[in-house]
Design a protein around this ligand. Structure first.
Ligand code: RS7
Length: 660
């Protein structure tokens, strides 16, 4: 009988191979002979190649083996195989999705692509599952102590880049460009002389938003706005009782609240909010440019006016009230109030980059990726569902460990925590991280921010959560009919258990499940995974550049201790407290290099790699895309009515995965 074999190679650069590739088909009646697929010197790069294969009747085809072997004098070359498709003599179509690099000389088995769980179907080929991937030393140690992995995550060379022109090339080119533009600022360990200079030095990147920031950064309303729709819109909580260690009184806030209401009344109305940076207590700071830097654990009280403006009422620059730690108020003199707010912006820098961005965006994505590669075979429906949302995550983290959080890296050069304080902060962040925080609808309830006005992050985020949830429900419902099916899927259970024990260090109080009992449990958990890697990461990542380019809005380090009195300060003293020119430039260079360029981006809900072969999941993907398009329209309409549109959860700008 004659079988038709079609092989598709990735479209990226250098995805073809000059090695010899042959195939064996394995069916219920037996195996075909091994057959060569590429003639010498053809590299597969043209996309799709067809061959005919003669064999006796094989029955239903269960799996294929791809043999990658040396071809005379050609050096070994990696191959990015999209998929193989086999048509039987009777016209039955079998598809074998791959979408992986095949490296070295080896035989790779691929199971037929209809989603199969655990016991179903033939036993998993040896190459799949836990043997090939191990937990990087990194995660445990990043969470528990100061030692980071050297980046050698056991994923072969890929980290799943699907082109051989990897991130680093673009990143270093980009950095080179930045350096020329900055013309020497990276070498100047001096204070900025004028605020205007900070704006001007960045002449090659002015957007409407970065200009807006430079003009409005000192305004209370913009300071408050960023808690709702800035880069870290996950921190404020409703305050119903003034904390004992932050003794704000009616007298202090009377001026801000006006004569028609009182602090007590507003507390009861639910319009008072608290940003508490207790997590920064006792985080060690480093020296920068030879001088000690400072970190404090601020408290900031805010009020939402009926107009929707959220304004700061009071700021205390430590967790311990008293003579040494006055409560700063908007009625204080101009630069001391600005300095107090800038200290809070600095706290925001630390908690945003470390807990919201690095921990929740990047490290969790890596945990999900490693657990998925270890436990879910490629034909598992959850592998198919999740793998597009884990693309490049390990790769970008290896880069972050190499350049950003490495010894002598950016954290050690320009951020007050340095690498040591970062590890302490990450550990605390992980200790505080709960399932509630990770599930947006629960998080909104827990923080008491469901009726806050003008909270576009919440509005867009909840719509996206619902859209993802409904998509995941469809996929899960198609492959799992009963709770028992969920309980009995030992691959799935091993996956979730590994996330619990390795990712969350087996901490019961996190509320993270260690097993999944029902369909609803499974749907929620998978929704959380996809939402974290896509929407959450986008919300905390996309605005960094435009909101951080004007440094006083987002200082990475403070060079003087927090003020102990309300004595007026001058602009010059203010400039001597925020980062120097070289520190500013270094942070900006990273923001510049990592700013979201469209390069190779896959927006939320786009699945160009066809892992699913059945019709139903394909329809569900289409429905998901349609819902995202509706959300996109709604956001466009809403943004037309705003001075500053909220775009960080605009679906076309959200990546499927934590890829940058
Ligand atoms: C960015 O991701 O765009 C920039 C991050 C950055 C810039 C300057 C100083 C520190 C950071 C940071 C951070 C923590 C997350 C890093 C993960 C980026 C791959």
């Amino acid at each position: 009988a004659t079988y038709k074999v079609q092989v598709s190679t990735g479209k990226g650069l250098l995805t073809g191979t000059f090695d010899s590739i042959s195939i064996t088909l394995v069916g219920t009646y037996g195996e075909s002979p091994k057959q060569l697929l590429n003639r010498i010197g053809t590299d597969f790069s043209q996309g799709s190649v067809s061959s005919n294969l003669s064999a006796s009747e094989l029955g239903e085809i269960l799996l294929i083996r791809l043999h990658k072997e040396p071809y005379s004098f050609f050096p070994e070359s990696s191959w990015f195989c999209n998929y193989v498709q086999v048509t039987s003599p009777q016209g039955d179509l079998y598809r074998f999705p791959c979408y992986l690099w095949l490296e070295g000389y080896a035989t790779t088995s691929l199971r037929e692509g209809r989603g199969k769980r655990g016991q179903e179907g033939p036993p998993p080929p040896a190459a799949e599952g836990s043997q090939s991937v191990s937990w990087p030393v990194a995660w445990d140690s990043v969470a528990a102590g100061p030692e980071f992995s050297d980046g050698r995550v056991c994923l072969g060379t890929d980290g799943w880049m699907d082109s051989l022109l990897p991130h680093p090339v673009f990143l270093s080119l980009s950095l080179r460009m930045f350096e020329t533009k900055m013309k020497g600022f990276l070498n100047r360990p001096y204070s900025w002389e004028k605020l205007e200079d900070i704006r001007k030095v960045f002449w090659f990147y002015h957007t409407p938003v970065s200009e807006y920031v430079a003009q409005h950064w000192k305004e209370d309303a913009f300071f408050g706005y960023q808690y709702l729709n800035g880069v870290n819109p996950v921190w404020i909580r409703k305050c119903t009782k003034i904390p004992f260690n932050f003794p704000v009184t009616q007298d202090m806030v009377a001026g801000s609240l006006g004569e028609f209401t009182s602090l007590q009344e507003e507390l009861m109305k639910g319009t008072i909010f608290l940003a508490d940076y207790k997590i920064l207590e006792d985080i060690p700071a480093i020296e920068i440019n030879g001088y000690p830097q400072y970190i404090t654990a601020q408290l900031c009280l805010l009020h939402q006016k009926p107009s929707g403006e959220l304004i700061p009422l009071a700021i205390q620059l430590s967790q311990t009230p008293g003579y040494e730690s006055p409560i700063f108020l908007p009625s204080d003199s101009e630069w001391i109030w600005t300095l107090a707010k800038t200290w809070v912006r600095n706290a925001e820098f630390h908690v945003h980059e470390v807990t919201s961005h690095l921990l929740r965006g990047h490290q969790l994505a890596e945990v999900f990726a490693v657990a998925t590669l270890r436990h879910l075979p490629m034909c598992h429906p959850l592998y198919k569902l999740l793998i597009p949302h884990l693309r490049y995550s390990v790769h970008i983290n290896v880069l972050a460990r190499t350049f950003l959080v490495s010894q002598g890296g950016v954290f050690d050069k320009a951020i007050a925590t340095g690498r040591g304080g970062l590890a302490v902060l990450l550990k605390k962040g992980l200790e505080n991280l709960t399932y509630t925080t990770l599930c947006l609808p629960d998080d909104i309830q827990a923080r008491g921010v469901d009726s806050v006005l003008n909270y576009y992050y919440r509005d867009d985020g909840l719509k996206l959560w619902e859209a993802v949830h409904s998509f995941v429900s469809g996929i899960v419902g198609f492959y799992y009919k009963t709770n028992l099916a969920v309980q009995r899927d030992y691959e799935l259970q091993a996956w979730v258990c590994d996330i619990y024990t390795k990712g969350f260090l087996g901490r019961r109080s996190s509320g993270i499940p260690s097993t999944l009992r029902t369909l609803e449990d499974l749907i929620k958990f998978v929704t959380m995974v996809i939402f974290t890697c896509s929407a959450h990461h986008a919300a905390v990542n996309s605005g960094q550049f435009e909101l951080g380019a004007f440094m006083p809005n987002s200082p990475s380090s403070m060079r003087k201790p927090p003020p102990h009195t309300k004595a007026p300060v001058t602009l010059e003293e203010f400039l001597d407290t925020i980062p120097e020119m070289n520190t500013t430039s270094l942070v900006l260079s990273i923001l510049w290099v990592l700013r979201n360029e469209d390069f190779d981006m896959r927006p939320l809900g786009s699945y160009p790699d066809e892992h699913f072969v059945e019709d139903e999941p394909k329809w569900l993907i289409t429905a998901f895309q349609e819902r995202l398009a509706e959300i996109t329209k709604e956001i466009e309409e809403r943004n037309k009515t705003l001075t500053l549109g909220y775009t960080y959860l605009y679906p076309p700008g959200i990546e499927n995965s934590t890829a940058i």
